[in-house]
Design a protein around this ligand. Structure first.
Ligand SMILES: Cc1cc2nc3c(=O)[nH]c(=O)nc-3n(C[C@H](O)[C@H](O)[C@H](O)COP(=O)(O)OP(=O)(O)OC[C@H]3O[C@@H](n4cnc5c(N)ncnc54)[C@H](O)[C@@H]3O)c2cc1C
Length: 466
C-alpha cells in the first residue's frame, strides 16, 4: 500500500465533491469504518460522499494514478466485511446517489441510483401495482447498490429468485474512471459476454455501480402466512424438501431454531409466538398468488403434510398486524442474536434435501470445537445461517481454533454438495476458505478478470481473494 499524504488526498477529494462531503474526523471515519460483520473496524484516510457518476469518475482517475485504495460502500449492513476499508485510502460512500430515476410502467422496469434503500424502492413500485421481490431481511436499511454487489437474496428468493434474476443493465464507473453501461434494458440478451452479470455479486471489486435497471413483475394480490412448530430440528429440515416434492412452491419458507426465536421475541418485545418447552424449531411458510381460495387450500394441504414430519399445531397470522409481527421477529433475528453474543455468522447453502445433515453436522462441530450455534434462515433455498458464540472470541479471524472449526464446517458443506456463501458474499471474513471451494485454476481465472478491470488493484483490494 502506498504511503498516503492524508492532507493532500483530502484536498483533492474536496476539489471534486465539495468540502462538505469529505469527512476526515475520527468519528466519521469510525462510523464508515465498520459494517455488520462481527466486531471489525478499519479506518479509511478519508470518507468521500460523491453525488454523481462524473464525480466518482474523477475520484477513480485520481486514485488510480496515485495507487490509492478505494472501498465502495452502500449502507454498511454487509455480513462478510466487503465494505471494510482494510487498506485505508478512500471510503467511497454511495449514500448521496439516492434517487429513483424512473418507473417505466409500460415495460415493467425501474431505473434507480444505488443509494436507494431497498424497501423504499419496493414501496415506490408497489404503489404502481408492481413488485420487485428480492427482499434481504435488512431491506429497511440496506441499499439496492449493496444488494447488486452481493447478489443478495432474502426470504422471497425461494419462489422469485435473487437479485441477479432482476438486473437488466448497469451503469458503472471502472477503476480507470471510464463510465459505461454494461448491457441493454431488455429481457433477453445474447450479445457478447454478459458484463452485467459479471458485475452482479462482484462485491465492489470490479467497478462502482452508479445506475441500475431492474425488471419488475405484477404484485400478487394475496398472501397467507403460517408458523409451524417442530419438536425436532432435523425433522423440520426434512419437512422442507417434502413441501416441494409434494408440488408446492411457497413464496417464503424460513426455519428458525427455538433459541433464535426466544432471543428475538425478547428483544422486540413480542409474545405473538407461544413457546413451549418441547419446541425445537419453527418453519415460517408464506404462500402468495392471485386466488385466495387456492392459497387456503394449499396452506391446508401443507399443514397436513407437515404433521407427518412431527409438525405441531400451526399458528395462522390472521391479519396484517400479525403478519407484520411475525416477519419482524424473523427479519430482526440476525441483529438480536448478534446482540446476545453470537457475533460470528456463516451463510452456508446446501442442496435442500441435505439440510438435516448440515444441521446435524453443525451441532456435532459445536460439541467438538466448543462453540454454541443457533441456526435460522432461508431453508427453502437450503441456505442456513449459522450464528456462532464462543467464549472469549468475538471475531473469527482472530482465533486459530475458530478458523479450524470453520474449515471443518465448510468442508462438510462442500461434501454435502453446497457452498460457503449463499447470499452474503466472501468479502474479508470468508476469504481464507475460498481454497475449499475453488482450485488454483479457478481462482486464477477470477484474479485475471480482476486484473483486466483493475490493473492497479485499487478498487476494494484484498477482498474475495488476495
Ligand atoms: C439484520 C441483517 C439481515 C440481513 N439479511 C439478509 C438477507 O436476508 N439476505 C441477504 O442477502 N443479505 C442479508 N443481509 C446482509 C446485507 O444486508 C446485504 O449483503 C446487503 O445487500 C448489503 O447492502 P449494503 O447497502 O449494506 O452494502 P454494504 O455492506 O455497504 O456493501 C456490501 C458490498 O457491496 C459493495 N458495494 C456497495 N455499494 C456498491 C456500489 N454502488 N458499487 C460497487 N460496490 C458496492 C461494497 O464494497 C461491499 O463489498 C443482512 C444483514 C443484516 C445486518
Amino acid at each position: 500500500m502506498p504511503i498516503v499524504d492524508e492532507a493532500r488526498l483530502a484536498e483533492a477529494m474536496k476539489s471534486i465533491v465539495g468540502e462538505a462531503y469529505v469527512l476526515v474526523d475520527d468519528e466519521s471515519r469510525t462510523n464508515y469504518g465498520h459494517d455488520e460483520t462481527e466486531d471489525l473496524v478499519f479506518l479509511p484516510e478519508v470518507v468521500v460522499r460523491p453525488r454523481t457518476p462524473e464525480e466518482i469518475s474523477a475520484i477513480m482517475v485520481y486514485c488510480n494514478e496515485k495507487g490509492i485504495p478505494v472501498t465502495p460502500r452502500g449502507a454498511g449492513t454487509g455480513l462478510s466485511g466487503g465494505a471494510l476499508p482494510t487498506q485505508g485510502g478512500v471510503l467511497l460512500s454511495t449514500d448521496r446517489l439516492n434517487s429513483i430515476v424512473d418507473i417505466d410502467e409500460r415495460n415493467l422496469q425501474v431505473t434507480t441510483e444505488p443509494g436507494v434503500i431497498t424497501e423504499v424502492l419496493q414501496d415506490a413500485v408497489k404503489a404502481k401495482g408492481l413488485f420487485y421481490p428480492p427482499d434481504p431481511s435488512s431491506r429497511g436499511s440496506c441499499f439496492i447498490g449493496g444488494n447488486i454487489s452481493e447478489n443478495s437474496g432474502g426470504p422471497k428468493a425461494v419462489k422469485y429468485g435473487v437479485v441477479r434474476d432482476y438486473v437488466l443493465n448497469l451503469q458503472v464507473v471502472l477503476p480507470t474512471g471510464a463510465v459505461i453501461w454494461t448491457g441493454a434494458n431488455v429481457l433477453k440478451n445474447s450479445t457478447g459476454y454478459n458484463l452485467t452479470q459479471l458485475i452482479v455479486g462482484s462485491e465492489g471489486t470490479l467497478a462502482v455501480v452508479t445506475k441500475i435497471v431492474l425488471k419488475l413483475i405484477p404484485y400478487p394480490k394475496y398472501d397467507v402466512l403460517m408458523l409451524v412448530p417442530f419438536t425436532d430440528l432435523e425433522k423440520a429440515g426434512e419437512a422442507v424438501s417434502a413441501i416441494f416434492r409434494a408440488g408446492f412452491t411457497p413464496s417464503a419458507l424460513e426455519l428458525v431454531e427455538i433459541d433464535a426465536l426466544v432471543i428475538t421475541s425478547r428483544m422486540v418485545g413480542s409474545t405473538v409466538v407461544p413457546v413451549t418447552d418441547d419446541v425445537a424449531a419453527h418453519l415460517i411458510v408464506e404462500l402468495d398468488g392471485n386466488h385466495m381460495e387456492t392459497l387456503l387450500s394449499e396452506a391446508e394441504a401443507i399443514a397436513t403434510l407437515l404433521e407427518g414430519y412431527g409438525g405441531g399445531e400451526l399458528f395462522f397470522a390472521d391479519d396484517a398486524q400479525q403478519k407484520a409481527e411475525l416477519w419482524k421477529i424473523r427479519r430482526r433475528a440476525a441483529e438480536a442474536i448478534k446482540a446476545a453474543g453470537y457475533t460470528i455468522e456463516e451463510d452456508t447453502v446446501v442442496p435442500r434435501a441435505e439440510l438435516p445433515a448440515l444441521i446435524r453436522g453443525v451441532k456435532e462441530l459445536g460439541r467438538k470445537y466448543g462453540f454454541h450455534a443457533v441456526c435460522y434462515g432461508h431453508a427453502g433455498d437450503g441456505n442456513l445461517h449459522i450464528r456462532i458464540k464462543k467464549e472469549g472470541t468475538r471475531a473469527s479471524l482472530d482465533d486459530p481454533q475458530m478458523v479450524e472449526s470453520l474449515r471443518a464446517l465448510f468442508q462438510l458443506v462442500k461434501a454435502l454438495g453446497g457452498t460457503i456463501s449463499g447470499e452474503h458474499g466472501i468479502g474479508l471474513v470468508q476469504k481464507p476458505y475460498m481454497d475449499i471451494m475453488f482450485s488454483e485454476t479457478q481462482l486464477g481465472l477470477m484474479r485475471a478478470i480482476k486484473r483486466v478491470f483493475d490493473p492497479n488493484n485499487i478498487l476494494n483490494p484484498g477482498k474475495i481473494f488476495e
